[in-house]
Write a protein that binds this ligand. Structure first.
Ligand SMILES: Cc1cc2nc3c(=O)[nH]c(=O)nc-3n(C[C@H](O)[C@H](O)[C@H](O)COP(=O)(O)OP(=O)(O)OC[C@H]3O[C@@H](n4cnc5c(N)ncnc54)[C@H](O)[C@@H]3O)c2cc1C
Length: 388
């Protein structure tokens, strides 16, 4: 005897949770497993776009998200200490704008929606491998003690992140590369004279002896002064701090304060991290009855804030198609449209969200232009991204 379900979802990050919550709401037998023993509380994604808020509304959680977040009212770019460019989030007549919402809050809200729809996350349950035969898939799930069981499903969805087991077993190429830059982030309280609610970017061109770099600040709910600061590390600092290290507060101050406005004070660091960023896209989003969504299918630099949003919109696109196929009211060929519609969106995000820090005499002009373009793109996408 097997455990049976219609849809098995591997991975309960934001994308797996979104898919599970929508499927359960629509009456589909869906289960979601996660390798972790419990939810992890990293902030990671912060930017939630207007389009994502629309799909949250469809799930009845837009209000919860807004209550837990901070509206972004605009973005200011400083070039070598002087204000170079400002953009506003224009919301006249629009229900939603750009929201800053910590990823663990997004996950908490989605998990609560899943629970309201009668589902729950099976934690400590790792998808190890699967076999497909006819119109069923047998997935082997291992618990924390190494015990295995088989879950038989009609469709399997890999929402299991960038190192996706599902994608690897499908032998689908994950095309792309890692950027050469090393990034550092810190969640801290920031005391300065700048108004709350705006994103800030501080570019250093490298003229006059200082090394070229860029630092972004995004408000986070928590205290009235809490921000996520993230920056491109200079080569010496990148060498000093290994990847995935957690620099202490003194290091964060030493490296970041010289880039921030004079007189800025930092305190109350919650976490820090040093990381590299990749841009990759799966050659296929689907093979037979198996699908990939979220980071399992595409990863982008956090600069454009599109990683999680694009993944949530993958889940939203796949959910209604799986629902109709599971109910038998649509031909399964409908599911082919998932890759046809969503892969071009992932490919587009991968092309345009490219981080760049240049050195030398042209850096100042190019940094200002890049910041203006990225800000305008990011903010307009917050409002006009309508890819189903
Ligand atoms: C520093 C940083 C900042 C970011 N900022 C932004 C931002 O501002 N905006 C934005 O949109 N995106 C941002 N992102 C990207 C965003 O965090 C990811 O795109 C998002 O987490 C992807 O969600 P996911 O559900 O696809 O995958 P994940 O969040 O990676 O979740 C995958 C889940 O699968 C589980 N899992 C893995 N293997 C298995 C297995 N074999 N069986 C069962 N479970 C498994 C894992 O435990 C995990 O819980 C940022 C990322 C980082 C690192």
């Amino acid at each position: 005897m097997f455990d049976k379900t219609d849809v098995l979802i591997a991975g309960a990050g934001p994308v797996g949770l979104m898919l599970a919550a929508e499927l359960r709401r629509d009456g589909v037998k869906a289960r979601v497993t996660d390798a972790h023993d419990e939810r992890v509380f990293f902030v990671k994604a912060l930017g939630v776009t207007a389009r994502t808020l629309e799909i949250f509304e469809d799930l009845g959680i837009a209000r919860d998200a807004i209550d837990a977040g901070v509206w972004i009212t605009g973005a200011d770019t400083f070039q070598d200490g002087a204000l170079a460019f400002s953009a506003e989030v224009l919301r006249a007549g629009l229900p939603y704008g750009a929201l800053s919402l910590a990823q663990f809050e997004t996950e908490r809200i989605l998990e609560a929606a899943l629970a309201r729809n009668g589902g729950h996350v099976e934690y400590g349950a790792t998808l190890v491998d699967f076999t497909e035969s006819g119109d069923v898939i047998d997935a082997r799930i291992q618990d924390a003690c190494g015990e295995s069981r088989t879950v038989r499903c009609r469709w399997l969805v890999g929402c299991d992140g960038a190192r996706s087991t599902v994608r690897r077993q499908l032998n689908v190429a994950y095309e792309g590369d890692q950027y050469p830059q090393t990034f550092m982030l810190a969640d801290v309280d920031v005391d300065w004279d700048l108004p709350r609610g705006r994103m800030y970017r501080f570019n250093v061109s490298g003229e006059g002896g200082a090394a070229a770099t860029t630092l972004a600040a995004l408000p986070v709910r928590g205290s009235a002064r809490r921000y996520r600061l993230s920056m491109v590390l200079l080569p010496d600092d990148a060498a000093r701090h290994g990847l995935n290290s957690t620099p202490d507060f003194n290091e964060i101050e030493r490296i970041m304060l010289p880039i921030l406005p004079k007189g800025t004070r930092l305190s109350s660091m919650r976490w820090s991290s040093v990381y590299r960023v990749s841009h990759r896209i799966a050659q296929h989003y689907a093979r037979g009855r198996v699908f990939l969504a979220g980071d399992a299918a595409h990863i982008h630099p956090p600069v454009g804030g599109q990683g999680m949003n694009t993944g949530l919109q993958d889940a939203h696109n796949l959910a209604w198609k799986l629902t109709l196929a599971a109910r038998g009211v649509a031909h399964e060929a409908l599911l082919d449209s998932y890759e046809a519609e969503r892969r071009p969106v992932g490919a587009r995000c991968r092309r345009i969200d490219e981080p760049r820090v240049e050195h030398g005499p042209r850096a100042r002009r190019n940094q200002a232009r890049d910041a203006r373009d990225a800000t305008a793109r990011g903010l307009s996408r917050q409002q006009s991204d309508r890819h189903g």
